[in-house]
Design a protein around this ligand. Sequence first.
Ligand code: FE
Length: 214
Amino acid sequence: MAFQLIDLPFSRTTLGRFMSPETLDFHHGRHHRAYVDKVNKALGDDARGSLGDVIRGAKERGHTGLFNNAAQIWNHNFFWRCLAAPEGQRPLGKLADMIADEFGSIDQLLAKLKEEAVGHFSNGWAWLVLDRGKLAITSLHDADTPVVHDGMKPLLTLDVWEHAYYIDYRNERPKFAESVLGNIVNWEFVAQNLDGEGIGRADQEMEATELADA
Ligand code: FE
């Protein structure tokens, strides 16, 4: 059994100039795929279970390499679901109310999230999470993931590894953060995660591997 690289939940041209097909080819087709390949190689053909099980097991046993690669699969699975075509989408309903109550406005929330993303030293992920029923902004280093943080309920993430922006934005993380957060966030997905079930939405099961041609 092995993990498959999930398909992107949109076409490679959907995100337009905010995230180009070339970026997606590299970020999804090479970086994300490399994490999947490394986890499958580390686990071997007899492995069974879900991605969440592998991440938590690797953490418990101190298998850092396996943890990093498996956590990165999950982080990317979640990240892709956080993106959608630039159609002027904004948060609606309960999510919009929570944002207004806790940040004043969507623009203030986005400014804070951008600040977290830009201020995060080196590789990692900026997060909007639900923390004891309230919205909170935080970030995690390298491959670290909400999957192993008790009570951290993920709503939205931004990948701030350089591989996320070097093609479209060169070295300019602030421009990348502003463009993505301001134009291609899938607020419907973010709102869905208010149920606290976000971790399960980026999990996946191993699948039977195809027999190699004789
Ligand atoms: Fe990435």
